[in-house]
Write a protein that binds this ligand. Sequence first.
Ligand code: BZD
Length: 838
Amino acid sequence: SHPLDLRLPTPGCFADPERAGLDADAVFDGMTEHLFFTLGKLAPTASNHDLYMALSYAVRDRLMTRYLASLEAIRARPHKTVAYLSAEFLIGPQLNSNLLNLGISKDIAEQALRRFRIESLDQILEVEEEPGLGNGGLGRLAACYMESLASLQVPAIGYGIRYEFGIFNQLIRDGWQVEVTDKWLKGGWPWELPQPEEACFVGFGGRTESYTDGKGNYRSRWIPSEHAIGIPHDVPVLGYRVNTCNRLRLWRADATESFDFYAFNIGDYYGAVEEKVGSETLSKVLYPNDGTDEGRRLRLKQQHFFVSCSLQDMLRSLGNRGIPIEEFPNHWTVQLNDTHPAIAVAELMRLLIDEHYLDWDTAWDITTRSVAYTNHTLLPEALEKWDLTRFRSLLPRHLELIYEINRRFLQQVRLRYPGNDAIQRKLSIIDEDGGKAVRMANLATIAAHHVNGVAALHSDLLKRQLMPEFAEIWPEKFTNVTNGVTPRRWVALANPALSRLLDEHVGPEWITNMELLTKLEERQHDTAFLEQWGATKLSVKRKLAGYIHRQTGVLVDPSSLFDVQVKRIHEYKRQHLNALQVITHYLRIKNGQAEGMAPRTVIFGGKAAPGYYMAKLIIRFINGIAETINADPDMEGRLRVVFLPDYNVKLAEQIYPASDLSEQVSTAGKEASGTGNMKFAMNGALTIGTLDGANVEIRERVGPENFFLFGKTETEIMELQTNGYRPRQIVETLPELAEALRLIGLGHFSNGDGELFRPLLDNLTGFDPFFVLADFADYLRAQDEVNQAWTNRKQWNRMSLLNTARTGFFSSDRSIQDYCQTIWKAEPFPVEITCDVP
Ligand code: BZD
């Protein structure tokens, strides 16, 4: 590629940090200027937050050469670009990751900070507010993928929503979750660049009409009754030590006019302001639901809003460069992160047909060659369905187009399965059983050139269980891309102690080539090294112990086994299975049957959807158990239970590196992949887990002897379900379980209130929809194995080392390479910047 000589103020040369503005003097000068000119503060009175802002602006300045060069490179020489459409991007704190990817070391940052009398970078990182623009795994995956795309120098843009309020902050009051509004923007957020001149209009509601154009063609058009404006807010996404700096383009909704002209003219001032207020609420708040489809009208509006803005933006960029619209699929590859952006199929068709006057076949060809769909769940309650009447009232033209897509598709189905009405009903985009509804997964699957699941098992079940007929019609459409996580954030930033060890024994290249970590295997019998390995883990556990004490007042012993389950609270994830195990452990100690049981600290964290009663009760349950156990003198030095409030990316960065045991105990077949499981294993935690999601592949790679497997397989669970499952019978055969349930029923973990956890007990002994009791005995057996293994610390350290050594596959760099090769057909596009700046 051609080097770009942009003559920009800060050069992009890594070879020469001084001239690149990446040395301590330059960072200090940048901070000083921003403190004074941008923030209006004097250094002696600057708060830590002021200094955070000043450092962030100084770092942001240093991204700009690469950011602008990357944009300019694509403008000058078009290259296929990935458009990752996602309603969520859980990007986490930005300052430290930008420092790392730019190559400004902690030491350099601290040299600059010391001149403001700040001793450690951590003091500044602490005050950073993280944008919680996602619920959990799906949103975090999108963020890891954006980071890997940039690091692999693949041109990409992430399209999403700039929610004013992200996922709620979680407080724990009397053991219950309390939700508090997340005002992440309140102190100002320095990482975004608003681009009001690139705003887009989006319509809603109204009606459609037919007309004949000048050439006598019969056409349709949409006359919306309402509009919103989307204003892009761009967040730079720099790759690791490369010039590629991609963008996350988040749309904020604004009113079309400050006043509605008609209402204004008739003097209805307040009525006019109402529409303004109404359209601004579009990007107001993230729906905090990660597993059930709420089917709310505002949610569909949000989806259409950001999808329409994004597609218009892509079409406009072709127009700006004089590229014919038929070339769309060669310039954009559009990935749908679950069905949340699936309205893109109908919206792209509408834009091509109604606004760019293409015929149906051309438009359909462009759409189906551009769009691919990732499925993240098989749970029926999570599959998006929109009530037909509601859908029509909001998007009447889209519904017409969907009917036509469906009509043509069902014609194909009829040819293939003549007379088979059941298959037609099942595959139709329109659900006709009960209240009519639009099935977004069917729409996405019909239009996509590829449909992928997120782990081998999940992709297999997607084909065999959820969509067998689709897979029969289009076998080549279905594929797997196992999830991955970025080693920059989840090892280098989160675990500097481990990173130093890896730098020393593997070489610093591991950070962009995680497969190199297999070199650690050479050390698996090296006693001194294994001790160093264990000591490194212990040092990180000490830090977490300090945090736990400050947050919860509970003192935990850093040398105890840190047994951790952090993730959204869900019945299928079975935090209550873990909680029951804790009770058993407690009872064994109480009953003097705990000989040989090593001290443990059981750590939980995670948010429950505000409307999910059972999940909230599980949080209360864990806190009840924690209270009883931590107050019992018999438990001193043997067992501690902690629920860490407000689990988010920042807290996650503290937890994964400090964990010994990773709890991945979902009911087989229910967790699509999991990504926390990967972060734990990379950081040397051993997994106790079921054969679910990516656990299967983690176990294959680390070796079955380095993984604590338990539980029924997906097939066995299915069999139980069909043959009739009787959880109450299980209780009768397991005295330890019976005793645990009896104590719960007596109010032993709820200050004598025997009713508090009744719904949970009834759920478990009645239906037990996620087979908690069916897996209980085997889980206890595996926990005993964990205890055994922990007692031989050298052996444990060896197993831990092998987990790190063998989990390179789970780098999101590998996932992105898979997507590029099999789905996107997208290639790296290195950006060159000349360094001969005066
Ligand atoms: O996606 C998760 C799955 O549960 C995990 O198994 C998987 O690893 C990750 C990434 O593929 N799904 C979600 O996180 N889903 C949501 O957050 C969500 C959000 C809104 C609506 C529905 C689901």
